[in-house]
Ligand binder design. Structure first.
Ligand code: CTP
Length: 471
């Protein structure tokens, strides 16, 4: 039978060259892992990384292949026994089939040469242990020793061997199981999930860089709540993100209950995910209520309150980002700003909202005002549909008002209309604190709506009040 149909036309010619090269070295070679999985799921990327396993040296095969493909580029990673050939946008990764046994408390395996079967056995999940032969006589034939294809059809994440063994070999795989479940909307087989629950504390030996890579893939998945719910119920979440874990729980006093902030956060995250693929806006959703637990109080009149959770959450953002291995640059500043401001638009939901409050919000949010509004809209969650509808309608009014004020005052990229130099020249001043005070007064006058946001009005304002400034 001819199984060539399984090799996508797009990559057939490169697979042919690999096949010939391997045969000239007398080294059988197979395509493995994510590429084969994604082919059957019909989610192959146009420019994928493709993993190959060979019986023999992966480095030797890659070196020869590089000679056979014009304009290709070779990188060798001697310490891992792997090599990469880049050709056009394709990244081809080669490794010799291995039999690995891992040492406890370390990820560094002891590696021995192995058979194809050994290599498939040491992989994380059945759906990732599929391979295609590229060898003459069996080109395109699928090897599926663990029923990976059936699991793909059944949408099931399952380990090829005893899950405790698979997770003991590399505890990051517990995160990967959940990442695949969230990305592909698959179920985790019961025995596999029970092993994760049992072994969650072993995540401790995994570096934050590897954990955050998987976590961000969960955050970017179509419905991230699927992954976070599994992280929570498996016990993994509290291993690396206890603040989020602690959002869970509902207190009751005098018949008053508050929302469970964990499930609320997930709903906000899903709402944001429906309208935006942006990782950092999704992170702002994750973080927006993060400081609710320590600010929780019960008030006889108001019921449960969380005063100041916006400011405290903003304060926590940097240290949480640092601990998780997230960037501390403008991406963190952006998330922190959205956390700090997330209650402000809601506070404007009243009929008699003043222009100056709107102006201040635009000024504080700057270019991120639209994202802030997206987050706040996503934050309106309630089981009571008419309540949600009423809020949304009021919210539309706030947005209209923002647009109106923004058009008039152009505050998004605000720059003080008076420069320090101009102030010093006009009032014959040396550099001093008064120059800063005048700038601040001009800003306040514009935000209050006392003067329009333009140069001449600001200049007149300064000259009219100069006695006061100079005294
Ligand atoms: N693998 C594994 N254990 C890990 C990481 C990877 O067994 N901790 C194996 C799996 O067979 C996987 C292959 O190595 O399919 C390649 O891993 P990687 O490139 O990280 O992931 P993909 O499965 O290719 O998935 P994606 O491209 O979505 O990241």
């Amino acid at each position: 039978m001819n199984f060539e149909h399984q090799i996508p036309d797009l990559h057939k010619s490169v697979f042919r060259v690999i096949s010939k090269t391997a045969s000239s070295l007398d080294q059988p070679v197979y395509v493995v892992g994510g590429y084969v999985r994604d082919y059957y799921l019909d989610r192959l990327k146009e420019e994928p990384d493709i993993d190959f396993v060979t019986l023999g040296s992966g480095i030797k095969l890659a070196e020869q292949l590089q000679k056979n493909i014009p304009d290709s580029h070779l990188s060798v990673f001697k310490q891992f026994g792997t090599a990469q050939v880049k050709t056009g946008a394709l990244e081809l990764e080669f490794v010799g089939a291995r039999k690995e046994s891992y040492r406890r408390n370390s990820r560094k395996p002891l590696v021995e040469d192995g058979t194809l079967e050994d290599d498939q056995l040491r992989r994380d999940f059945t759906i990732n242990a599929l391979s295609w032969s590229l060898n003459e006589g069996s080109f395109g034939v699928l090897n599926d020793p663990f029923g990976g294809l059936a699991d793909l059809k059944a949408k099931l994440i399952r380990t090829p061997v005893d899950p405790e063994q698979t997770f003991d070999d590399d505890p990051l795989r517990m995160m990967r199981a959940i990442r695949f479940a969230s990305q592909l909307q698959f179920e985790i087989e019961e025995k596999t999930f029970k092993a994760i629950q049992k072994m969650a504390p072993r995540l401790e030996i995994i570096s934050k860089e590897r954990i955050i890579d998987e976590l961000n893939k969960i955050v970017l998945s179509p419905k991230p709540s699927v992954g976070f719910a599994l992280l929570f119920s498996s016990g993994l979440l509290k291993e690396f993100f206890h603040e989020m874990h602690n959002l869970h729980g509902v207190k009751e006093k005098n018949g008053h209950r508050h929302k469970d902030n964990f499930w609320h956060t997930l709903q906000v995250l899903d709402n944001v995910a429906e309208v935006s693929d942006d990782l950092w806006l999704r992170w702002a959703a994750i973080m927006h209520d993060i400081a609710k637990p320590p600010t929780q109080k019960f008030d006889r009149e108001a019921g449960w309150t969380f005063h100041g959770h916006d400011a405290l959450g903003a304060k926590w953002t940097k240290s949480i980002f640092r601990r998780l291995g997230l960037p501390l640059d403008e991406r963190m500043h952006y998330v922190r700003k959205l956390v700090r401001l997330h209650l402000r638009p809601i506070a404007l939901v009243s009929d008699i909202v003043s222009d100056s409050a709107v102006r201040r919000l635009i000024f504080d949010a700057g270019d991120d005002i639209d994202d802030l509004m997206t987050l706040c809209r996503a934050d309106i969650t309630s089981k009571n549909e008419s309540k949600v509808k009423r809020y949304m309608e009021n919210f539309n009014k706030v947005e209209e008002k923002i647009e109106e004020v923004e058009k008039k005052d152009r505050l998004r990229k605000w720059k003080n209309p008076l420069s320090g130099e101009e102030i010093m020249n006009a009032l014959d001043l040396e550099p001093c604190k008064t120059v800063g005070d005048i700038k601040d007064a001009v800003k306040e006058a514009i935000l209050n709506g006392d003067i329009p946001n333009d140069h001449d009005a600001a200049f007149d304002f300064m000259m009219k009040n100069k006695e006061e400034f100079l005294n």
